[in-house]
Structure formats: structure tokens, C-alpha cells
Design a protein around this ligand. Structure first.
Ligand code: MOS
Length: 697
């Protein structure tokens, strides 16, 4: 590969589909229009636990235009081993409020909704349990945490070291449930091709994995399942795996014997498409009076549902972040009568680093050491958990660059002393990290007689710019102008590929694209043969043969807040993120990922929370009026820059993946800044005025 000839990688190529998107011609899942289409509406449980004894469908079916009402009493039997959330209508059991208990199919959306209102569902309600507590009797130790990390770790002698430490911090931090809210809610159109074939227009993060799961669930040959998703309006993890909504739509189309459209409503996203588990995190840090860590303890309590286990890997960042001989981490889970949590941008690192980086701020104060200096002091040579070499680790460079640009050296550490009129000012910082992995992917490259190139890979562009960066990667690998290359993605008929998740999209797909382009170049080294040429490539074995290294991105975030002394409103006046995330393929799209993540992190710090009503048995805020995400008015200045890093030991691209690291650490930096501004430490997100107002003197 020669990166220098065309110089596409590293350049600010504009989004290839940008024009289609702004002119409204880019088609999203719900906008496809198959002939004779019918509409499905998902009916949700009105109890949190119990059973559906029966559904009186007579009035609904009498309505002209209603095609079917499906419920546990008449539903299609899915493959025997279908489990968890995907076992839609396979049992009369209700595991949580909002679960799908029926599907109405009609020839219009309005009729389907009207019919829904006419259903009489007879429930046998049972008492429910929805409250996560660190002393819940149902807590247990899962076998592993997402996706396959050890549940607990223990190195050195934590108790002894913590007991003898000169300085200690022992605090509990809490994060609420949070719901993924991409701009485009989930949507699916299912079109059966006879009894054994299926076309799905579906909003997802990976058409290959949707095909596999749907084929298995409906006992179809995967070759006969075609998933089409060229444009996706965000996912943040919630579209990483097919949701029960997909299964319900496929079922509805089977019963109606017509193509069926289904759009998840914004309200339904608060029950049916996953969410971030709430966490209770007990942190115990021990250090010498010089600030060197001698003991780190991180105990996590979190929830799953009764239908499926999802154990978030909340403490994994703590295991590798800082040099410390004695460290213990654990995860305990309780099964509650609530939906199953799932992936939400940086699952694990995001809530876990909030707690760790808050505790480190408290430790810095207890030791009388600057928080940036504390992190530099404890930067490890090797991965402290497994002794492995880091493929590259530039946390210190991020900390120093950020401190300098932010003006950190002028900071007076005394809390609560900077006031201008009604506003108290303060600054805070935190570190960021995220793993830099990749997964097997395949690609095909073609060249035509005329010298036009086509790259095919079932990658997904969920708004990240994937199509654009793959074009840049191919341009350099082929040493041709990007204008001669078309990258085809978002279709399960293309070569199998990793989903857009775990910040592994670009690295997984890019490695396959580089490989396939090299192969094609060999074929056309002398000249393009008559009729063109085609090359195939698979990174499967190569992923397994990677050397044992610790591969992570790092970053440092600096935040300035102002806090209204009367109302306790917190505003983020300034946010700066500095990242060391390998080679940056496209500065425009990369910046969007970083500042998007940071903005979501500010939302986590100040706004986002799904509010549980224990009596009702559900989260009660089901829309943007009640569930607050940052708007433009909440975000003043968010800047992201990066350290030049080309890590050839993570992949031939030298890139580490950037979709998630931007949200990691932001909330801690905000909370630390709020403490600096006010002298008040809030250990439970979000930092809403009601938690702060009575504590401002
Ligand atoms: Mo991301 S939460 O791994 O899609």
C-alpha cells in the first residue's frame, strides 16, 4: 500500500452521499414502497409482569381493512432455540411493561392504530420488581460480561493495600438508565418471496448480522434472506442486533401474505430497542501521599431482564487504565421485570469511566495534587492487568496537549471561588479510553475495461461517513483518484462484514478493503484484462493471528462549566477533547464522531435519564419532552483535536476507531468541573438542578 501517491487518506473528502441526504433522495428503510404493502402496529404490554390470558380480537377484526391480529395464541412458531427478546409472541408471559403482546396488521397505518384501540387484552398481573439496589437479594455473578470479558478480576492484594494506603477515597457513584435515541427510529419492511425467501428494508448497523439472525429465527437459508440498508439515521448500538420489532414485522408479513411496513414510534423506543443499564458503582482508591496508586477497587451493580442476560462490562476500563499493583473489579447483576439492557455508545467504558475518573478527581484533591499530574504520574508502561505491551498509548500526550490548549496551568484548584454575577465558574478534566479491535470481514474489488473501480462490502454507514472513508482507503490502496471508485455497502448480498459497532467498523472493513485492493492490483499489474478483473479477500484468519498486544485509544477531556447560584442550572461553556486514536482517515467525519460523542457525554452529565416509576413498573418519560438530550442551545463550544498517531500494530490502516471514545470521560469531566465551580460533589447522574440547588450556599 502506498499512502502517499493519492493522499486520499487524511484528506477532508466530503460525504459521498451528502447531496442525496440533504436533498431528501437518500432512502431510509421506511421510505421503500413495495406494491400492495400493509402496515403493522406493535401492541405493548400494559403490565410489568404476568400473563396474557386472552385477546378479544373480534371488534378489531370487524374493522374494514384489518388483515390480522397476532398474539401468543395464534403466532407463528419461531425456531425452537429462539431466545430472549427475539422470542416474540412465543409465550403468554409478560416480562416487562411495553413488551410486544400483539401485532395488528391492516391496509393502512391509521386503521391498524384504530384496531389496536379496539383490542381487549385480558391480563393476569403479578407483582413486579424493577428496582436495582446494591443489596438486592437477587444479585448474582454472571459468567462473563459483554461481550466476553471476565466478570471479576483480582490482582495483588487489594484489601491489604487499600487498608494501608496513606490516602484513600471510598465513594459510590450512580448512573441512571439511558435510552438510545438516534434521529431515525427503528423501521422494517418485510417482503416474503414465497415461503422460503425474504427481503428486508431495515434500519440497522449491519446487514450481514441481521440476515444471519433472521434466517436462524425463521429457519431460512441465509442466502434467501436479503437485507437492504444503504442509509441509516443513527443507532448508537441499538441497531447492532435485530430487535424484536424486526421479528414481529416478518411474522406480520407472513400472516398477512403481503409486504408489511413497521415503524417503531419514538415512544416505543423506550421499551423495545434496548437501553443502557443503570449502574451503582463503588470505587475504592488507595494512594501514597505522593499520589501513586496502590489500590483500585471497582464494584459494579447493574440490571438485566428476566428474558435475557445482558451484563455490561462497566469496570473493564478500570482494569487497564492506570498503573497499580493491587486491583479488584467485579460485576453483579439482578434480573428485573424490565426490558433487557443492551449496547449504547461505549457500553462499559462510558459509565465505568464516569465513576473511575470522578473518584480520581476526589483522590487528586485528597492528595493535594493536580488532577492532570495525577494521571500522568500513574500512566503505566504496560497493560497492568495482563502485562502486555500497548500497541501505542498516548494518554500522556493527550493530557499535556489538552492542558496546554485549555489553559489548565492557570487553574486555581480551590473550589467554589470563581464568581461572576450569578454564575460560578469551574473547570474539570477526565481521561478517555476505548478498545481498538477489529473483526473478520470480506470484500470484493472489481475493475471495468474503462478503469472504473467498484468495492463491495456489507459495511454500514449509520451517519458516520463509512462510505466516504472506505472510498478514501480504496483510493490510496489502488493509487487511483477517489472519483473513479464506487463503494457499495449496506446490503447483505454484498460480502459478509462486521457490523458498525464497538468502534470496529472502519478498522474491520478498511483492512478488508486494503487487502482486496492489493489483490486486484496484482491482477492488473501489467494492464487491465479485457472484460475487467475481480478480486476477493477475507480477513478472517488474519484477525485471529494478531499478536498479543493491548490495543486501545486514549483521550483527555477538559470542560468549563458555569453554574447559576440561584437555580443551580449547569451550562457547559467550553469542552475540549484531545484524542490519540490512531490514524485519522477523514478530519471532517472524524471530528463529527468526536464532538458527537462529547455532546452525548454532556447530555449524560446534565440531561439524560430514564425515570423509573417503581409502582407503574416502567420508565415513564417516553419522548423528547421528558427525556432530554442536548440541543444546540445546550452546546456552546465543543472542540476535538487529535494527536498524530499511526499505529501499524492495530491494523494496516494504522487507525483505531473513533465512534465511541468521544463519550468516554465527558460526564466525569463535567461533574469534576461542577465540583470545582461549586464545591459540591454530585455522585449521581444527571446533574440536574434539583440535586444541586439546596447545596449551593
Ligand atoms: Mo456501539 S454501542 O458498539 O454500536
Amino acid at each position: 500500500m502506498s499512502a502517499t501517491v493519492t493522499g486520499a487518506v487524511g484528506s477532508s473528502l466530503r460525504r459521498i452521499e451528502g447531496r442525496e441526504k440533504v436533498t431528501g433522495t437518500a432512502r431510509y428503510a421506511y421510505e421503500y414502497d413495495p406494491d400492495d404493502v400493509a402496515y403493522a402496529v406493535l401492541v405493548q404490554a400494559a403490565i410489568a409482569r404476568g400473563e396474557v390470558r386472552g385477546v378479544d380480537v373480534s371488534r378489531a377484526l370487524a374493522l374494514p381493512g384489518v388483515l390480522a391480529v397476532i398474539w401468543a395464541g395464534n403466532a407463528h412458531r419461531l425456531a425452537q432455540d429462539t431466545q430472549g427478546e427475539l422470542a416474540v409472541l412465543q409465550s403468554p408471559r409478560v416480562a416487562y411493561r411495553g413488551q410486544i403482546v400483539a401485532v395488528v396488521v391492516a391496509d393502512s397505518q391509521e386503521t391498524a392504530r384504530q384496531a389496536q384501540a379496539l383490542l381487549k387484552i385480558d391480563y393476569a398481573a403479578e407483582s413486579h420488581d424493577v428496582l436495582l439496589r446494591e443489596d438486592h437479594p437477587g444479585l448474582y455473578k454472571p459468567d462473563k460480561v459483554n461481550p466476553a470479558f471476565a466478570t471479576d478480576t483480582d490482582r495483588g492484594d487489594f484489601e491489604a493495600a487499600f487498608g494501608e494506603a496513606a490516602v484513600t477515597v471510598e465513594e459510590t457513584y450512580r448512573t441512571p438508565a439511558m435510552h438510545n435515541n438516534p434521529m431515525e427510529p427503528h423501521a422494517t419492511i418485510a417482503v416474503w418471496q414465497g415461503d422460503d425467501g425474504l427481503i428486508l428494508y431495515d434500519s440497522n448497523q449491519g446487514s450481514s448480522s441481521v440476515r444471519q439472525v433472521v434466517a436462524k429465527t425463521f429457519e431460512l437459508d441465509p442466502e434467501r434472506v436479503h437485507v437492504i440498508a444503504p442509509h441509516v439515521g443513527g443507532g448508537f448500538g441499538s441497531k447492532g442486533q435485530p430487535r424484536p420489532t424486526v421479528v414481529a414485522t416478518v411474522m406480520a408479513a407472513k400472516v398477512a401474505r403481503r409486504p408489511v411496513k413497521m415503524a417503531v414510534t419514538r415512544q416505543q423506543m423506550f421499551s423495545l430497542t434496548g437501553y443502557r443499564t443503570p449502574t451503582i458503582q463503588r470505587l475504592r482508591l488507595g494512594a501514597g501521599s505522593d499520589g501513586r496508586l496502590v489500590a483500585i477497587g471497582h464494584e459494579v451493580y447493574e440490571q438485566s431482564s428476566t428474558v435475557q442476560e445482558f451484563a455490561e462490562q462497566t469496570a473493564v476500563g478500570t482494569r487497564m487504565m492506570y498503573a497499580c499493583a493491587n486491583a479488584r473489579t467485579s460485576h453483579r447483576l439482578v434480573r428485573l421485570d424490565l426490558p433487557t439492557p443492551s449496547w449504547m455508545r461505549a457500553p462499559g467504558e462510558c459509565p465505568g469511566m464516569y465513576a473511575l475518573e470522578s473518584a480520581l478527581d476526589e483522590l487528586a484533591i485528597a492528595c493535594g495534587i493536580d488532577p492532570v499530574a495525577l494521571r500522568v504520574l500513574n500512566d503505566p508502561e504496560r497493560d497492568p492487568e495482563n502485562g502486555r505491551e500497548f500497541s501505542s498509548r498516548n494518554l500522556v500526550a493527550c493530557l499535556q496537549e489538552g492542558a496546554e490548549r485549555f489553559g489548565w496551568d492557570r487553574r486555581d484548584p480551590t473550589p467554589g471561588v470563581r464568581r461572576d454575577g450569578r454564575w460560578l465558574y469551574g473547570t474539570g478534566m477526565a481521561s478517555s479510553t476505548y478498545p481498538a479491535n477489529r473483526q473478520p470481514s470480506q470484500a470484493i474489488a472489481r475493475v471495468s475495461d474503462e478503469g472504473r473501480f467498484t468495492i463491495e462490502i456489507a459495511a454500514a454507514d449509520i451517519g458516520t461517513g463509512a462510505r466516504t472513508v472506505l472510498t478514501q482507503i480504496a483510493a490510496d490502496a489502488l493509487e487511483v483518484d477517489s472519483g473513479r471508485i464506487e463503494v457499495k455497502i449496506g446490503d447483505s448480498d454484498l460480502p459478509q462484514a462486521m457490523l458498525a459497532g464497538g468502534s470496529m467498523g472502519t478498522t474491520s472493513w478498511g483492512t478488508a478493503v486494503i487487502g482486496v485492493c492489493a489483490k486486484l492490483r496484482e491482477l492488473i499489474a501489467d494492464r487491465i484484462p479485457a472484460g475487467g478483473a475481480e478480486a476477493h479477500f477475507d480477513t478472517a484468519e488474519d484477525v485471529e493471528q494478531q499478536p498479543e498486544l493491548s490495543r486501545h485509544s486514549f483521550g483527555a477531556q477538559f470542560i468549563e462549566v458555569r453554574v447559576d447560584v440561584d437555580s443551580a442550572e449547569v451550562q457547559v461553556a467550553r469542552a475540549l477533547g484531545v484524542f490519540a486514536a490512531g490514524r485519522i482517515i477523514n478530519p471532517i467525519t472524524a471530528r463529527s464522531q468526536f464532538i458527537g460523542g462529547m455532546t452525548m457525554g454532556i447530555g449524560m452529565a446534565l440531561h439524560e435519564q430514564s425515570v423509573l416509576d417503581p409502582e407503574f413498573g416502567d420508565y415513564v418519560n417516553h419522548d423528547f419532552a421528558g427525556y432530554h438530550i442536548p440541543t444546540c442551545a445546550d452546546i456552546e463550544e465543543v472542540a476535538a483535536i487529535w494527536i498524530d498517531e499511526h499505529d501499524s500494530r492495530v491494523n494496516p490502516l494504522g487507525a483505531k476507531g473513533i465512534g465511541e471514545i468521544g463519550i468516554v470521560g465527558t460526564a466525569a469531566a463535567v461533574a469534576n468541573a461542577v465540583h470545582h465551580a461549586t464545591g459540591v460533589r454530585i455522585r449521581e447522574l444527571p446533574i440536574v438542578p434539583s440535586k444541586l440547588v439546596s447545596r449551593l450556599s
